[in-house]
Design a protein around this ligand. Structure first.
Ligand code: SF4
Length: 503
């Protein structure tokens, strides 16, 4: 048995339960679960208010930081260009990165899908004779359900990021891909620590942090393998860039004998200089910081003369559907995402349904764009309907991804892939009526007069929609009627000609 079994989770009840469903499960019935959980979450007004309060300070701090840029829009252009350049030449960038990384003594592994990535990482862990594993926050490991695969083989895995650690103890996936436990109150964290770590009750954030820190310290030293993600892969230098606020990723990468980093292939940038714009943009847009506290570059294992660092360093480059997005010229730019989380923070749907409702690794607007590519349009196309198309996400995106139009593209693709006969018939009927002015006018009059009756009838199609909304009162006269009987336009009275002497 490993000396540090994964902390035992406390199962959470209700709609906030884990929907990952374990390894590669959870797609079937995703829409039904989404609708059920959204309904439950929307009813939980306390939780929604808590979430709103948690995000309330975000706008002020972010806007304060944005104001420090000479030209925020120009910085967005530069960030967009840096990512677009790399995404459009990804084949070349990845080979350059892999060659440079291996020249530094690291080993590159290519994984076509989640199963391959899990197998590669399990192989590295087995070869290292590992007993204990420490991890820093990495959404790509969530995407491939790595913890479940490691635990199934008897390895203990401990999350070292405080938010992820809390979620691990709660038995939940991250609620938000930047703020994993933003939905948890301090009192709940205190109780969780009392139960699992035997600490005294406290609601002080500093004390809670110190409790987790004391628990974690020994684990860093005793872990054989450290697993991290990577925010950027620099093709020019063969380095990976990790940005974080707690310093836990540094310890995870530096103290264990073996360091494994897992990254999606889209994380590539061409030049080290690109980070000069991307790192501050990531911090400002995501958390309202000028720069994240710790920004580190790793270029390979420890070399002779260095006093710390792993003896082996591996990077696993994951495709898992990303090349399909790359092949789609319409949605290719969604690979530019730097996972700052800004689109979630401003999304009215996210604020009302919460992160778990999506049932995906990547929540919110960008999750709704890419999940159908990563896990199948057939089962996940409902996510593109989870948007008011207000465009707040597109406005907030530091790398200028046209998020809300991509949601529209997904809606169109879903209709093309599985046309709804009823909907198509409805559109045809409307087109036939709209092309005949008299019929259109008669239909309008009939509809106006029968609106009160439709409300009473509560047709299945309208029932959900009007359950929480009032239908507007029908006007006494239609617009066409009012237009026909409008007062004649006032004739402008001609002014007498003026001359200079009139002054
Ligand atoms: S889509 Fe844009 S705003 Fe959303 S997480 Fe990605 S980079 Fe941030």
């Amino acid at each position: 048995m490993p000396p540090h079994p994964s902390p035992t989770a406390t199962p959470q009840p209700g709609p906030h339960a884990d929907h990952s469903g374990g390894v590669e499960a959870g797609s079937r019935g995703a829409k039904k679960r989404f609708l059920h959980d959204a309904r439950e979450y929307v009813r939980d007004t306390d939780h929604r208010a808590f979430l709103r309060r948690a995000l309330a300070g975000y706008y002020t701090t972010r806007d304060g930081q944005k104001a420090r840029y000479r030209d925020w829009e120009q910085a967005r252009d530069a960030a967009n260009l840096a990512k677009w350049n790399a995404v459009n030449r990804l084949d070349e960038m990845l080979v350059r990165f892999a060659d440079a990384f291996e020249a530094g003594g690291g080993k590159v592994h290519w994984a076509r899908d989640a199963a391959e990535a899990r197998e590669i990482i399990l192989g590295i862990v087995r070869a290292a004779g590992a007993k204990a594993i420490i991890k820093s926050k990495c959404m790509t490991t969530e995407e491939i359900h790595l913890n479940a695969a490691l635990e199934a083989e008897g390895y203990g895995v401990v999350e070292s990021d405080l938010g992820e650690f809390i979620q691990q103890l709660r038995g939940e996936p991250p609620f938000h891909f930047v703020f994993p436990c933003m939905h948890v109150r301090r009192g709940e964290i205190s109780k969780l620590f009392e139960e699992h770590l035997g600490s005294a009750p406290t609601e002080s954030p500093e004390e809670l942090t110190m409790i987790a820190r004391r628990y974690m310290r020994r684990l860093y030293v005793e872990a054989d393998v450290g697993i991290t993600g990577a925010n950027f892969l620099v093709a020019e230098t063969g380095q990976i860039s990790i940005t974080e606020n707690e310093g836990n990723a540094r310890l995870t990468a530096a103290l264990p004998r073996v360091h494994v980093a897992l990254a999606g292939i889209e994380k590539c940038v061409e030049r080290l200089d690109d980070l000069a714009v991307l790192l501050p943009m990531l911090a400002t847009a995501g958390t309202g910081q000028p720069l994240t506290c710790y920004n580190t570059l790793y270029g390979g294992p420890r070399v002779s003369g260095e006093c710390d660092g792993p003896q082996e360093m591996h990077i696993v480059l994951l495709d898992n559907g990303r090349t399909a997005i790359l092949a789609d010229p319409e949605q290719r730019d969604s690979l530019q995402c730097i996972r700052c989380g800004a689109c979630l923070n401003v999304c009215p749907i996210f604020k009302n349904v919460g992160g778990f409702t999506y049932g995906t690794t990547y929540q919110g607007p960008i999750g709704s764009v890419i999940t159908p590519h990563l896990r199948g349009l057939g089962d996940w196309n409902h996510l593109s309907q989870a948007s008011s198309l207000c465009g707040a996400c597109t406005d907030a995106c530091p790398v200028r991804i046209d998020i809300h139009h991509h949601l529209l593209h997904n809606r169109r693709n879903a209709v093309r892939a599985a046309p709804n006969r009823l909907e198509r018939m409805g559109h045809r009927m409307f087109a036939a009526v709209a092309a005949r002015p008299r019929l259109f006018a008669t239909g309008g009059t009939l509809f106006r007069r029968s609106l009160w009756f439709l409300k009473k009838l509560r047709l299945p199609l309208l029932r959900d929609w009007i359950a929480s909304r009032d239908l507007p009162q029908a006007p006494a006269r239609s617009f066409r009627d009012q237009w026909r009987h409008r007062a004649p336009p006032a004739v402008a009275r001609s002014r007498p000609a003026t001359t200079g002497s009139d002054r």
